[in-house]
Design a protein around this ligand. Sequence first.
Ligand SMILES: *Cc1c(COP(=O)(O)O)cnc(C)c1O
Length: 500
Amino acid sequence: MYVSTRGSADKLTAAAAIAQGIAPDGGLFVPEAIPSVDKAALTGLLPLSYQERAAAILALFLPDYTQAELNSCIAGAYGGAKFTSPAVAPVTRVTDDMFALELWHGPTSAFKDMALQLLPRLLSCALNKIDEQAELVILVATSGDTGKAALEGFKDVEQTRVMVFYPEDGVSQIQRLQMITQEGSNLTVFAVKGNFDDAQTGVKHIFNDSAFNSTLAQRGFKLSSANSINWGRLVPQIVYYFSAYADLVQGKHLTLGSPVNFVVPTGNFGNILAGYYAKCMGLPVNKLICASNSNNVLTDFLTTGVYNRNRQFYKTHSPSMDILISSNLERLLYHMGNNDPAQVAHWMHELSTKGEYRVSPEQLQAIQAIFPSGWVDDAETAATIGRIHKDYGYSLDPHTAVAWKVAEDYRRKSGDTTPQVIVSTASPFKFNETVLAALTENDGVKAKSEFAALNQLSELTGLPIPPALAELESKPVRHTAVCGKHAMPDVVKATLHITE
Ligand SMILES: *Cc1c(COP(=O)(O)O)cnc(C)c1O
């Protein structure tokens, strides 16, 4: 069963928790007990495919889904030609003891696909199980990556509609094309006249407008969200930690039972938290190293025990980590704070009223024992992309480069020689301008089109352009709607054919 981190909501089954998204007391759903995987079970995972490993791990967390339901969700998410690598999430050996877990072989070339390919299927199955008749309307405000991944994931999924709002002038050419050429019968994309905050504020207002929600309910619609507070987005991510470990053992880089470190480029704390669940389940993980960019609120928290969001916000070259409130940290605080929901509720109240909270020295010590941390700025990120390409012929996107540098710094400072797996969250082609500038050590690339940049990057790295990015240039544009930031409720109604 699933409970709220803030303790004042009813326990729910996994399906109900996934259908609901956020708990009614404002908390996040967490498993009441974390299942364990012993050595025999881990051995059993070794020869399996990614899909089979996923079936085994997900069944432990989603006992109310039948194995047939899980298998069908998994086949839809990771099967066929959805992922360009048959391994789905392959591990590449870059140096003797540094590996890259590549989570970007999915349809949008970023790690969000790992979860957003599966979540819609788990959700639509959940609606069936709890006998929910309403059609879910998923509203997404995006600064680029999440919007496209949600569109791909929810495309033609029964009983769901998706509306994505992106800032008209706030996304890259590739990101815009990815969204406005999207196919599917249940989705709409809008350019908002404003920035990302305007789009996000607009979506939040709609969620909190009870009159609007009841108008929708009368017509058989219910609002929902696809962001990483939903347990259904977190649970798919636990799988690839197990899968990476199994691949390392299969490849004879590790003996079964010996430890690894994972180094994770972190924003909302969802990815690294999935690694924490894997560790709690018994996966031999030594450290989970939290890597940040100049928005280093997590590095400060993990160093001092004070989480303080009152600080300058930087726009960096690793934009998916530009975040000041890491929502999923709440789940870690629950598990590492003796499962005390009153304490979590207090911290979250402090965060929303004062913008800051502090954990006790004992709690900080316990957290630090698992989560070393570090951060790097844009200049060091670019230098790392250039150096790793030169030394090892391996291309990093800016997010992964942040993690790479933090991994090196950690090893040097700590003397910890445990093999390291760098969790690689985006294809270098997705952030082609930054990568190209880093590889060529000049900024001249800015003048060219992004398609010229893709070609140049392909020549420089010898890597093929991901087919879904290459074909964007010739795909018909299907979504041209633009809306004012105050018109978002009206366009939602109009899209659902609600007239009054
Ligand atoms: C979303 C994202 C991240 C951050 O992941 P969290 O789960 O939010 O910590 C890192 N890199 C890329 C490329 C992303 O899209």
